[in-house]
Write a protein that binds this ligand. Sequence first.
Ligand code: AMP
Length: 468
Amino acid sequence: MSGPKHSCGVVGIVADCNVAPDLQKTLMIIQHRGQESAGISVYNDGGLRTVVDNGLVQFALPYEKVSKLCGNVGVGHVRYSTTGSKSVMNAQPLTVTTSFGTVAIAHNGDITNYAELKGKYLAAGTSFLTDSDSELVTKVLSKYMVQYGDPIRAMKSMMKELEGSYALAILINDRLFGVRDPYGFRPLCIGEVRGGHIIVSESAAIDALSGTFIRDVAPGEIVEVMRDRFISHPGQIQKHKAHCMFEWVYFARPDSVIDGREVYDVRKRIGEILARECPADVDMIMPIPDSGRAHAIGFSIASKIPYEEGFMKNRFAERTFILPDQKERELAVSIKMNPIKSTVEGKRMVIVDDSIVRGTTLKKLIFMLRKAGAKEVHVRVGSPPVIAPCYYGVDMKAREQFVANGRTVEEIREIIGADSLGYISINGLIEAIGKPEDELCLACINGRYPTNIPGEVQRFQATLNSDF
Ligand code: AMP
């Protein structure tokens, strides 16, 4: 398995007005799903026009560029990839022109049989410009479009070949489609906006465009989205769903509703359950902003211990998580966060974060809190220890980097320098999400993968069925 792995945001809109400005707005709303590049493809009678660039939406897709696009249907993408794959060549939507016309694809997820499938296509004479798994998706779809000329048939065949996670917004000439992989790893939903329809990674975008949420795209479903209606087609289903638990824990916006569960509500429930499972005798509960905030509120409500904001976050600072070097990551934490001395001095506190991956962030923050005079620092974490890599679209790839890899909770506590450390249990997390265990992907916390990953333990037998 190689190639850049993407955890991104996708959108497609069809309406009776120019959709380019709304595509750009939507990408700003789902900017948290990817900050490395952004792009929009719009179709009109003149054909397909695409604007992509590296950087935040406001820089990659400024008004001067977006105002040159005009069409009633289009797709957009924000990208978040691992370090080392920042080339604008990998920016999406990816487009191709073939005998049947044009295709533009926006992909969120990771294709786990990428290497094997790419080898097969290379051997058959297909050429590739990038090492992105999304390009492979484009090539597979184009092959079947050339073969069948029918988008639905082509997409069904594509789904039979692809393994792993994919939420796709696809534009084939002027027809817009949403496709979700049979396990439903990544979110995708449909709504009504501007007298037309939208497919988008997160429902918060539909609210922000003053639209109406209709429903989630079902795992394994293909939806053709038109201005006045949408048509559902059976793609492929799998007996077990495997929604990524990390979408609720960390990745998605708190105001989004994913597969029927509001993200904020899940995070608050996590905090409440954490308070029950790992109580602490302290003066206050403090979040690590922003991702630990809802978890901390839940902890404070359940424990009846006051909630305080003890960190000032620099909202203009860069993300620390993807910096390649440990020293740089540590330095970046102090640029990003500073304790509020009057709040923390002389206090015993629980600090709540959504997850610990490498442990860099918390180690540094605890050091800063002690320097600011904190008396006791107890850590509570909204997800169980991350022990296994994600192959389905979250940037947690290197087992050897995980602080919980091969260590006890006590050993981790010592490394990060906390007075006590408590993680939510796997059962507690399942209870908070409120879905049965066999509808969730928990691979990063239990090492059991929903699909076949060479060298890893497989959790479900594939029972794929193309007639649902
Ligand atoms: P670490 O310092 O590696 O333990 O980072 C954990 C922090 O990064 C947590 O506070 C999370 O909010 C955040 N985080 C967790 N997973 C990811 C991810 N895949 N990408 C970016 N940030 C993340």
